[in-house]
Design a binder for this molecule. Structure first.
Ligand code: ADP
Ligand code: SF4
Length: 692
């Protein structure tokens, strides 16, 4: 296949100060939960992006000094010369694939924690640390400002020694000192660094100038700047000062990287923002500067990318999530393999790695975070040494990915599903408000499967144990999913909730199958705490039903802080008029009302409701697997070597878990070890700090 000439413009080189990007695909900085703690894993992950055709591959935030320590979040670190070799691992591997390496230097002042370093944090003025740590940052003296400038300069020099080509000055996401000096709410100084805009821009200008003087002979100096914080006068805003700030610094940086703050406005999930959502906020920047501009917008469509360039919105297509979901996105456009692009679904599971200080994972790309520790490559899987016949039962995310990856490996695969429409939970959930893009999990796999002559797909076929045994495949994998419980058992209720056996109690599966309550108010009991309860509340409101949302937790959809959805969900539910009752357990349902008890004091209250939607826990739909397991002595007679159960049918989890389970099954399918030694060993490579 060859490249569509319409996309030629995406492959033009772009001069950035003293360096040249070979094309317009720019992997902007993104966190990954590996950073300084797992340098080999980090380097391997970045290298795969360079191999996949990104012309620039950036680090995440890189701390420059112990007094700007971001623990427990795991970012890059350049505190002293000892931190150079781990980062040089990345630049060497990125350069080996012909890409430029960029580093995002940061000093987060009042948005750091210093939990690890125990240093006192610095800020433009005295203020509490942003993320709730019980300590304050102190107002910087002029000597502190000089220190900070020297630390930044030293870090830039170290970054150059580590091999970086582009050095970022960071003033975005409400996360770094030059930005904090710009913000009126954080900068209450009355000296030359406070008050007028000219004064508040001073530090940013100085740091840009320092960096250019220190490393600008061979390195480009980029500025990452958030043009809008959505905080009115208290923050940087388009109606306020952001245009003036860009005007004041116009041609000082070699590259403008422009976006929105805070992070949840920048990496907004697909539920709340579509492709290219930042354009109205950033399109003007190119009019103000002669320097190249990079911007983001979860771009996965080459046509949309071309439009950004042709319309003069940006010069380089910035991407974090699209490069995570498909590290080979540029190569696929370059080779005309547009159908092969694994489009990001905007679920933000990748962000949860950073938020939980664990290695990044991705719903669409199960190899993300496994490049070094498991040696998984997003495009290549070794072919099977000998042909194998595999029956995959269930075409949800687990079964689809198992079939796809096995097909890629050369197995003779039969994929069977009871439903007429393939995709399992992904198909059903993608019909809910805001989740349409989740269907990409199914669509990418189906398109791949349709190209494979060695895979046969049979929808609308419910298999029983006899059918499976009679199929006589050597390997059988059961990926039959899970169903939501109706009895109320979950994290909070140890026993079934009285009244839940009666009519008027609905589960998420009922709603997904189109069986909605006829009358409201509906009491939605969310003991799950992630996205689904709030999405179902939206669905019920859409159907004209009044909703009372009750959760035993202190907050609505608590785990969605990890996917940056939390604030958007709070606002959405209130806007929809959903009544919210937190910190209450559901004791029972009596047909026209429910009894609640305060989770803390036990105080009772009654809520009138005509029905209940219970979102508590799931049970594996593993009847088929259990029936087959019970007949293990007969397997050999049917030529069956193994029967495995994977995904939600084994233990219900996220879509990301199911895709991973399917991929892992296919990867480890020919593992020659016996099951016991396999389970007894650590299933991935680890970094050891002390030689044994
Ligand atoms: P996962 O997330 O683990 O992939 P899903 O619930 O999304 O699980 O998908 C499970 C799929 O398995 C559904 O599409 C369902 O129709 C299918 N399925 C369940 N039981 C059977 C069966 N006995 N025979 C064939 N397909 C089945
Ligand atoms: Fe996109 Fe979700 Fe993957 Fe993140 S985890 S890159 S949002 S598909």
């Amino acid at each position: 296949m060859s490249r569509d000439p319409r996309y030629d413009i995406l492959f033009e080189p772009v001069q950035i100060g003293p360096v040249t990007a070979r094309n317009r695909f720019f992997q902007v900085p993104h966190c990954n939960g590996m950073g300084h703690a797992l340098p080999e894993a980090h380097a391997a992950m970045r290298a795969v992006k360079a191999e996949g055709g990104w012309s620039v591959v950036s680090t995440e935030e890189c701390e420059i000094h112990p007094s700007g320590d971001l623990s427990p979040y795991i970012e890059a670190r350049l505190w002293d010369d000892d931190d150079i070799p781990p980062l040089a691992l990345m630049t060497e591997q990125v350069h080996a694939h012909g890409a430029l390496a960029a580093i995002e230097l940061t000093y987060n002042g009042p948005t750091s924690s210093n939990l690890y370093s125990r240093e006192v944090a610095l800020a433009p003025s005295h203020q509490p640390l942003k993320y709730g740590y019980p300590h304050q940052a102190r107002a910087m003296t002029l000597a502190d400002i000089a220190d900070y400038r020297r630390w930044h300069r030293n870090a830039a020099i170290r970054a150059k020694r580590a091999g970086f080509d582009i050095i970022y000055v960071y003033a975005a996401h409400d996360l770094s000192l030059p930005m904090h000096f710009l913000q009126r709410r954080r900068n209450q100084r009355s000296d030359a660094y406070g008050g007028s805009l000219e004064n508040r821009v001073r530090l940013l200008r100085e740091v840009l100038t320092d960096t250019k003087e220190a490393v600008g002979d061979t390195c480009a100096v980029a500025l990452r700047f958030a043009v809008e914080e959505f905080l009115g006068e208290a923050g940087i805003s388009l109606d306020g000062e952001s245009r003036d700030i860009v005007g004041l610094l116009a041609d000082l940086p070699d590259l403008w990287d422009v976006n929105l703050a805070a992070w949840y406005h920048d990496s907004t999930s697909s539920r709340f923002a579509g492709e290219g959502a930042q354009r109205p906020f950033t399109a003007w920047v190119k009019q103000v500067t002669n320097k190249p501009v990079v911007g983001v917008g979860r771009f996965t469509s080459p046509d949309t990318m071309v439009r950004q360039i042709r319309d003069g919105v940006m010069d380089l297509i910035g991407a974090a999530r699209p490069s995570i979901a498909d590290p080979f996105l540029p190569r696929k456009i370059e080779t005309g393999a547009i159908d092969a692009i694994r489009e990001c679904i905007g679920c933000n599971i990748c962000a949860s790695g950073d938020m939980t200080s664990t290695p990044i994972r991705c719903t669409q790309n199960p190899s993300m975070g496994e490049e070094w520790r498991k040696g998984w490559h997003p495009e290549h899987i070794p072919s099977l040494p000998k042909p194998s016949r595999v029956l995959v039962v269930g075409a949800g995310p687990a079964g689809l990915e198992a079939a796809r990856a096995l097909g890629q490996r050369g197995a003779e695969v039969t994929l069977v599903d009871a439903a007429r429409e393939l995709g399992g939970r992904v198909t059903r959930e993608s019909r809910l408000p805001g989740l349409a893009e989740w269907a990409r999990v199914r669509d990418w796999r189906l398109v791949r499967l349709q190209t494979m002559a060695n895979v046969a797909i049979y929808p609308d076929n419910r298999l029983e144990a006899d059918d499976v045994l009679g199929f006589e495949a050597e390997h059988i994998v059961i990926a039959t999913g899970a169903r939501w419980r109706r009895d109320g058992f979950g994290r909070s209720a140890d026993l079934p909730i009285p009244g839940f056996e009666a009519a008027g109690v609905f589960t998420p599966d009922d709603i997904l199958d189109g069986r909605l309550p006829e009358h409201g108010p509906v009491l939605l009991y969310d003991d799950d705490g992630f996205y689904l309860g709030s999405v179902l509340a939206e669905r019920l409101v859409q159907a004209g039903l009044d909703v009372v949302y009750v959760t035993p937790e202190d907050t609505v959809a608590g785990w969605t802080t990890n996917t940056l959805d939390y604030r958007h969900i709070q606002k959405r539910l209130r806007k929809l008029g959903v009544q919210i009752i937190t910190a209450h357990e559901l004791l029972g349902f009596a047909g026209d009302h429910a009894e609640l008890a305060c989770a803390w004091g036990g105080a009772r209250r009654t809520v009138a409701c005509a029905s209940v939607l219970t979102v508590t826990a799931r049970l594996p739909d593993d009847g088929l697997f259990q029936a087959l397991a019970a007949r293990q002595p007969a397997w050999a007679d049917h030529g069956i070597a193994r029967i495995d159960c994977i995904g939600d049918a084994l233990a219900p989890g996220l879509i990301a878990h199911a895709v991973y389970a399917g991929h892992r099954y296919a990867r480890e399918f020919d593992d020659a070890r016996d099951p016991v030694s396999r389970r007894d060993s650590v299933p991935f490579r680890r970094r050891r700090f002390v030689a044994s």
